[in-house]
Design a protein around this ligand. Structure first.
Ligand code: PLP
Length: 384
C-alpha cells in the first residue's frame, strides 16, 4: 500500500470532502428530457415507446436474441426460473455467496437451493465444485438429474457473476450438459461484463439483469430477462404481461402469469442511461486501475477481472490479510465518511435457508471473513 491511507486515497480520487457512497447513480444525460416526455405523453405505465426502445438497446448491447423488461431484477429471475421449468420441490444449484434475491426467486417457485462454493478465479459459482457435488450426490436417469439422498429433481444451475466478474461459463455449460441441467444466469451485477467477448447473461437459456439504483445503470427499479431464442422471448413477454391472449375486448389468460412489466416511466430513465453506459464502464475501469495500483505490493489483494473476461467492475473489492485488518479498515473508512461494506451474510446463515443442502463452502467463508467492497460510483473526474 502506498503511504496515504485508503480514506485519503478515495477522497483524492473523487476530489471530494463530502460523504462518499458505495455506488451512487449519475444522471447527466437525457434522463430528465425522456422522463418529462413520458409524463407529457401520459404513457407512464406498462405501454409506451421507451419500453420497446430500452429492450432493443439492451439487445444490441448484449447481443441477446430477445430482452424483456421487468419491474426489477428479482422479478426477472423469478420469471427466468419459471421459464426454465423449475417446479415445486425441485432443487436448484447456486452459490451461498450472493445477494438474497437469487434465493428468494427460487424459493418463490417452491424450489430449494443447494449451495456450492465459489471459485477463487471469479468469486462466482465454481464449475469444479458443482461437478464434485453432483458426482457425490446425483445421478442422471430418464427423468433428468436426481438427488440420490432426497430423490428430488435437480433442475437448474444459477451462477451469479459476483461484483461483475464473469463465472467460468464454458465449464459451467459443460457441467449442465453432462448432468441435464438448465443454466440460468443471475447477471444482475454484470451488465457490461463479457466472457471471452460474449456478454454475460447470454450463455444460459435465460439471464437476469437488474437496474436497481445501485447497479451500473438504473431505471429507478427494473430488470430484464435475456432470452436465448426469439420464441422463448415471446413467451417471457406473454407471462410477464399476465399471460393474456391478444383480443380486442375479451379477457382470456392461458397460464398463471405475472404482472412484471417495466413501466414506461422507468424505461425512459433506462434509455437515457444506456446512451452513456460506455462512458460509465470506462470510468469504472479507470477507477479499478487506480485501486489496483494503490493496493499493489501490500498485504491487501485487489480483486481484478479473470484473464478470460472483461469485467464491468461494478463493485470494487479488496481481500484483507485477516479479519482484524478487515474490521479495522471498515471502521476507519466508515468513521471518516467513506462508505465501505463487508460482503453479504452467506445464504446458509439466513433462517429461511439454514437447512438447505450444501457442499463445502471453504472459499465462500474465506471471502466472507476477508473481503471489503470499496466506493465504486462512476464520476466525471474518472474520465481517463
Ligand atoms: C441487485 C441484484 C439482484 C436483483 O435485485 P433487484 O433489486 O430486484 O433489481 C439479484 N441478484 C443479485 C446478485 C443482485 O445483486
Amino acid at each position: 500500500m502506498k503511504s496515504s491511507s485508503l480514506v485519503e486515497f478515495v477522497r483524492d480520487v473523487y476530489q471530494s470532502s463530502e460523504f462518499i457512497p458505495l455506488h451512487a447513480p449519475v444522471f447527466d444525460g437525457n434522463e430528465k428530457k425522456y422522463v418529462t416526455e413520458t409524463i407529457e405523453s401520459t404513457f407512464v405505465s406498462s405501454v409506451g415507446k421507451f419500453v420497446d426502445e430500452f429492450e432493443h438497446q439492451i439487445e444490441a448491447f448484449t447481443g441477446s436474441s430477445r430482452a424483456v423488461a421487468t419491474v426489477n431484477g428479482t422479478a426477472a429471475l423469478h420469471t427466468a426460473l419459471y421459464m426454465a421449468g423449475v417446479e415445486r420441490g425441485d432443487l436448484v444449484i447456486t452459490q451461498a455467496l450472493t445477494f438474497v434475491a437469487t434465493c428468494n426467486a427460487l424459493y418463490h417457485m417452491g424450489a430449494e437451493p443447494v449451495f456450492v462454493d465459489v471459485s477463487p478465479v471469479s468469486l462466482s459459482l465454481c464449475p469444479k465444485a458443482v461437478e464434485a457435488y453432483l458426482t457425490v450426490h446425483a445421478e442422471v436417469n430418464e427423468s433428468g438429474c436426481i438427488h440420490r439422498q432426497t430423490g428430488q429433481n435437480i433442475k437448474a444451475v444459477v451462477p451469479m457473476h459476483t461484483f461483475g466478474h464473469p463465472a467460468e461459463l464454458d465449464e459451467l455449460l459443460a457441467v449442465c450438459l453432462r448432468w441435464k441441467l438448465v443454466l440460468v444466469e443471475d447477471a444482475a451485477e454484470s451488465l457490461g461484463s463479457f466472457y471471452k467477448q460474449q456478454h454475460t447473461g447470454t450463455f444460459g437459456d435465460f439471464g437476469a439483469l437488474s437496474f436497481n439504483g445501485n447497479k451500473i445503470i438504473t431505471t429507478g427499479g427494473g430488470g430484464i430477462v435475456l432470452c436465448k431464442t426469439q420464441e422463448s422471448g415471446q413467451h417471457v413477454k406473454h407471462v410477464t404481461t399476465t399471460a393474456k391472449q391478444p383480443h380486442p375486448y375479451e379477457f382470456y389468460h392461458d397460464e398463471p402469469g405475472f404482472n412484471y412489466r417495466m413501466p414506461n416511466l422507468n424505461a425512459a430513465l433506462g434509455c437515457a442511461q444506456m446512451e452513456v453506459i460506455d462512458s460509465y464502464l470506462q470510468q469504472k475501469r479507470h477507477l479499478a486501475g487506480l485501486y489496483e495500483n494503490f493496493f499493489a505490493d501490500s498485504a491487501y489483494t485487489f480483486v481484478t477481472e479473470p484473464d478470460y473476461a472483461q469485467s464491468n467492475y461494478w463493485l470494487n473489492a479488496v481481500i484483507c490479510p485477516d479479519r482484524e485488518a478487515r474490521d479495522a479498515m471498515l471502521k476507519e473508512t466508515n468513521d471518516a465518511g467513506v462508505m465501505t461494506r463487508p460482503i453479504w451474510q452467506l445464504m446458509h446463515r439466513l433462517p429461511m435457508f439454514e437447512h438447505a443442502l450444501r457442499g463445502p463452502l471453504t472459499y465462500s467463508e474465506f471471502i466472507e471473513a476477508h473481503l471489503i467492497n470499496l466506493p465504486s460510483s462512476p464520476a466525471d473526474i474518472l474520465r481517463a
